[in-house]
Design a protein around this ligand. Structure first.
Ligand SMILES: Cc1ncc(COP(=O)(O)O)c(C=O)c1O
Length: 363
């Protein structure tokens, strides 16, 4: 049997009966960019995330960019970012002319190492970007305490963890701002590109809404240098529909990972969960000392896989000018060279899940 790493087509087929009439409605209303469907989604999304505001934008990378602009972070400033994350956690910092300061991750949770983050704070530090990587919350309590003590902002890159909780509360509501992505492969994925910024601060929210709309709140009256980063109407309508399903999909992801974990060979190491957290498992990443043998074994048994992420941020060519070197962040480097992501999506069949469990148990 072959189990794909991921298959977007299945969710599309399940939803198209509901989604296509909605898309037609958007088109009939010519609500192509922004408009009522996006406004409705912003309202529902803020409710879901337990934040006062959600600003819908055209992707997660731009959500971070706009958020940092609204926080007035710019040249000469530093933002602390974990070295083991998708590179977009750092892009926004670079876009505003500030410097991403990478730090290592915890060897067990694979999320930002709290002590390393605190040690990296300088007089130029404006924020720590906690990333809830692979759908597992980082150590929010400690990071918040450090940020409050140093009077810097705690930010959450929640692109991979929408619906996860910490201390019983949904993540993405703890930081001064949080950011998410609705890239199609995300737990809540659009039919294209989309993202959002969450905050309880009305000034930040208003600023972002103006920035994303060419710098205007009144058409053709440009209050500031703006951007075109609005969400498309179709994405608002589709995401509104999908929001009804996200908790069920996240539960299914949890159940699949629980089954993998309970049966997998002890040669495979899974990401540890923060004690106060629940995960939504955007990805199920394992590490193993015998990576080559494991990949060959998965190939022979028809189990798909991928790598998240094969090069840590500090060793990316794009950041060569920051002069990091191999050995700077051993935990992130270990992960990059030993990680394997297993098949995980809510539409997996029982037979597929059992096959992966069987294969994991016999490694
Ligand atoms: C952790 C993280 N941050 C930011 C992003 C950027 O989102 P997008 O691809 O929508 O620009 C992503 C997703 O791609 C991500 O996984």
């Amino acid at each position: 049997m072959n189990v794909p790493f991921f298959d977007l087509k299945r969710q599309y087929n399940q939803l198209k009966g509901e989604a296509l009439p909605l898309i037609e409605k958007v088109l009939e209303n010519t609500a192509f960019s922004g408009g009522q469907f996006v406004a409705e989604f912003e309202e529902n999304l803020a409710k879901y995330n337990h934040t006062k505001f959600a600003a819908a934008v055209n992707n997660g990378t731009n959500a971070i960019h706009l958020g940092l602009l609204a926080l007035n972070i710019g040249p000469g400033d530093e933002v602390i970012v974990p070295a083991n994350t998708f590179i977009a956690s750092a892009w926004g910092v670079s876009y505003v002319g500030a410097t991403p300061v990478f730090v290592d991750v915890d060897p067990n949770t694979w999320n930002i190492d709290v002590k390393a983050a605190e040690n990296a704070i300088t007089k130029n530090t404006k924020a720590i970007m906690g990333v809830h990587l692979y759908g597992q919350p980082c150590n929010i309590d400690d990071l918040l305490e450090i940020c409050n003590r140093h009077k810097i902002a705690f930010l959450e890159d929640n692109a991979q963890a929408i619906g996860a909780t910490y201390n019983g509360k949904i993540v993405g509501q703890f930081g001064a701002m949080s950011f998410t992505s609705f890239y199609p492969g995300k737990n809540l994925g659009s039919f294209g590109e989309a993202g959002a910024v969450f905050t309880n601060n009305e000034d930040y929210h208003k600023h972002i809404q103006i920035l994303k709309n060419h710098g205007c709140s009144v058409r053709y009256h440009h209050e500031m240098i703006g951007y075109n980063m609005r969400m498309e109407g179709i994405q608002g309508a589709v995401l509104n529909l999908k929001l009804n399903y996200i908790d069920g999909w996240n539960n299914k992801r949890r159940s699949i990972v629980d089954q993998y974990k309970s049966l997998a060979s002890s040669k495979l190491k899974f990401q540890s969960l923060e004690p106060k957290a629940t995960a939504v498992h955007h990805l199920c990443v394992v590490t193993t000392e015998d990576k080559d043998a494991f990949l060959k074994y998965l190939d022979e048994n028809g189990v798909g896989y991928a790598f998240h992420y094969p090069v840590p941020c500090h060793l990316q060519k794009a950041y060569a000018h920051l002069n990091y070197k191999i050995g700077d962040f051993p935990n992130s480097e270990y992960l990059a060279s030993h990680c394997v992501s297993l098949p995980l999506f809510p539409e997996m069949t029982d037979a597929e899940i059992h096959h992966v469990c069987d294969i994991l148990s016999k490694f």
